[in-house]
Write a protein that binds this ligand. Structure first.
Ligand code: 5U1
Length: 673
């Protein structure tokens, strides 16, 4: 037990720190520490106050729910307070939570609803007779900020409820968030315009919601998921799960991942299985919420201080960790872009060891005031490359042990001059494909899964064949013989055989994949597919002028210019002709000849469950190639839901909305019709 004097001093420090971070988080949308670090400070304060109850003060951050309402927006009092959740950081915490519930309710096993905890911004929507009349942030739990005008711009928020509309007042609670892909797109745009770049999707969502101009909010990719109600006139269903169903029927988005579970083992199974999916999801979740399902039981359990006894947030490992930045290396990419890479003291971030992280470019290093030797926050989220988010206490850095980074003036691989054109953020090696780093990266891109999909041709092998001069361009790959592959270090006879088969197989491709594989700067998968769909013919793309290209959807003057510049190089035409002569081919154009007549053109599909004959990606590609749209969620606008094995709740929703459900073989028939 700490002495009272020590505890009092530490409590004071912790309260001041937490207040500071509350302001940074809730009012300024610029948190300085990740949530996990905040949770740690908060838990330490709670533990000390428990140990020394005489030091508890009514204004301690532990005695209130969340942030303070800001002055920029009008204050709104919630009809029913918005509670926060107690946290569970370990399985034992969840076991204790369940034991307390069983004891208090006097039952053998408790039924829970388990759901993802979205990492967004909690909001309260107010409806009168089924019509949206207001929206507010959580604020301090009693009073929030009026963000009605901004929330109205979010498509996922129903402005008028569907179906059997509830009479009187209804408060709906949920989380406004930004998808990972939306966040990446938005940040890229912000950086291009020289505007504020956000550290993570949560900050981006918070910053977007608290704009004074709703037009700005409207342009941001925000969505909302609903997870409960506050005040509600009229009859309530008997359980939380049934309430979520009702919210769905009124047109709210409810997570597809919600499940009813019974007993603590099922809770923990749910946690593990969602944890495994976490990286693959297009949205960030920071844990799982278990709620006692029966409302009658919830009422029996009641509340303690700031949180209900009947619910707990079981947290996932943090996506941000602190470590030392040991050095900054530079990497040469496919287009010669020189990217500074942080070499880190290896640290485990949410189950993965991270020892390198991108620093994007020189300007980012200056903007974040990063020096070699600094202590930094590192973030790993989904499939995105880990990045250095910020420096910890830059004001306290020991300058005798840190140094600033300078961009090299010569390419570290080939020695050619590095130039950074006026007004551009990226510095480039000027040697083109004579630089082995650029050549190697181009070949890796060409061979990658979403391009020519040459199985077995990984980074190390490509580096090797480039380094020893066996391959001078992508077409040379098809000229290397099985015997030559087999002579390479660590390449057995079997691997060489398989590689030759994979190369042969890759010759049968699609036009979209081929265009993407060429690695034209600015032409990603989507643009490649659009070009292929629009024209269905490589020659049309090769010889198009900028003006014609700009007529294609999503192709602006910059990308059009990059395509024209690519095809202005005689060398690129020579490589393409060589590839075609080596036998690379694709089916005759679908769109140009017959897409307009295709049964799937213009229709919206949702794919759910496991498909047998093809992957979901392949089915999606086939549909997109025929002019269909593929969406991630079922709504009244969905034309078909394709249900594979274990289809989940999307199938239930399709049935409820009367959307046509197709089997995989029926999809196959549609695609070939
Ligand atoms: N999914 C989910 N997130 N979340 C956050 N449910 C949920 N419930 C909450 C909060 C703060 O609070 C109620 C249990 C009061």
């Amino acid at each position: 037990m700490t002495t009272k004097a020590d505890a009092a001093a530490r409590i004071e420090t912790l309260r001041a720190e937490i207040r500071h971070h509350d302001r940074q988080y809730y009012e300024l949308d610029t948190p300085e520490i990740p949530d996990s670090e905040y949770d740690r400070l908060f838990a330490e304060l709670q533990a000390l106050e428990r140990e020394h109850p005489e030091l508890l003060a009514p204004d301690s951050p532990t005695q209130r729910v969340g942030g303070q309402a800001d002055t920029a927006f009008a204050a709104v009092r919630h009809i029913e307070p918005m509670r926060s959740l107690a946290n569970a950081f370990s399985e034992q915490d969840v076991i204790d939570f369940d034991r307390r519930n069983r004891e208090r309710l006097g039952v053998e096993a408790v039924a829970y609803t388990a759901e993802p905890k979205f990492d967004g911004l909690a909001v309260n929507l107010r409806y009168r007779d089924g019509v949206l009349i207001g929206a507010a942030t959580r604020g301090d739990g009693e009073t929030g900020e009026d963000i009605t005008a901004n929330v109205r711009t979010i498509d996922a928020v129903p402005k008028r409820l569907e179906g059997e509309t509830p009479a009187g007042i209804l408060e709906v609670r949920g989380e406004v968030y930004m998808t990972r892909s939306g966040f990446e797109r938005m940040n890229k745009l912000q950086a291009e315009k020289g505007d504020k770049v956000f550290a993570n999707p949560r900050n981006a969502a918070a910053g977007s919601l608290r704009q004074l101009d709703p037009e700005i909010t409207k342009a941001r990719p925000l969505t909302m998921v609903s997870y409960g109600v506050g005040a509600m006139e009229g009859e309530r269903p008997g359980s939380h799960f049934a309430l979520l169903e009702r919210l769905r029927s009124w047109g709210f988005r409810v997570s597809e991942e919600v499940r009813q579970v019974r007993g603590v083992d099922s809770c923990l199974d749910y946690y593990r299985s969602l944890g495994e999916k976490r990286d693959a999801l297009d949205f960030e979740i920071d844990g799982v919420v278990y709620k006692v399902d029966s409302f009658e039981d919830q009422a029996k359990l009641g509340f303690v201080a700031r949180a209900p006894r009947w619910a707990v947030a079981h947290k996932f490992p943090a996506l941000e960790k602190r470590t030392t930045l040991l050095d900054i290396d530079v990497q040469v990419g496919r287009t010669g872009a020189i990217t500074p890479v942080a070499i880190l003291d290896p640290v485990e971030v949410a189950g993965v060891m991270v020892s390198r992280a991108t620093l994007h470019n020189e300007d980012e290093i200056r903007r974040k005031d990063i020096h070699i030797g600094d202590m930094v926050w590192v973030r790993r989220a989904g499939d995105v490359i880990p990045e250095v988010v910020s420096v910890i206490d830059p004001d306290k850095r020991d300058t005798s042990r840190t140094r600033a980074f300078t961009m090299p003036t010569e390419c570290p691989v080939c020695g050619a001059p590095v130039v950074r054109p006026e007004g551009e953020a990226v510095a480039r090696c000027t040697a083109g494909l004579t630089c082995k780093a650029q050549l190697s990266a181009s070949i890796q891109h060409f061979a990658s899964r979403r391009a020519m999909d040459i199985e077995g041709l990984g980074e190390k092998l490509v580096d090797l064949v480039v380094a020893n001069g066996m391959v001078g361009d992508v077409a040379d790959l098809y000229r290397v013989t099985e015997a030559q592959w087999g002579e390479l270090p660590r390449m057995g006879k079997r691997s060489a055989e398989n590689l030759v088969v994979a190369l042969e197989r890759s010759k049968e491709t699609t036009l979209a994949r081929f265009i993407y594989a060429l690695g034209i700067p600015g032409v990603g998968e989507v643009t490649a597919r659009t070009l292929a769909n629009e024209w269905g013919d490589l020659d049309a793309v090769r010889h198009a002028d900028g003006e014609t290209l700009e007529r294609v959807q999503d192709v602006g003057p910059i990308i059009a210019g990059q395509i024209v510049a690519f095809f202005a190089e005689a060398h690129n035409h020579a490589v393409i002709d060589d590839l075609l002569a080596l036998g690379i081919h694709w089916p005759a154009p679908v769109k140009a000849a017959s897409t307009d007549d295709s049964l799937v053109t213009g229709k919206t599909f949702v794919l759910t469950g496991t498909l047998e004959a093809m992957t979901r990606d392949e089915a999606k590609e086939a549909l997109l190639a025929r002019g269909a749209k593929v969406s991630g969620s079922v709504s009244k606008k969905t034309d078909y839901v394709v249900a594979g094995r274990d289809p989940g709740s999307k199938l239930d929703k399709a049935t409820a909305l009367g959307v046509t459900v197709l089997s995989e073989s029926e999809l196959g028939e549609l695609l070939t019709s």
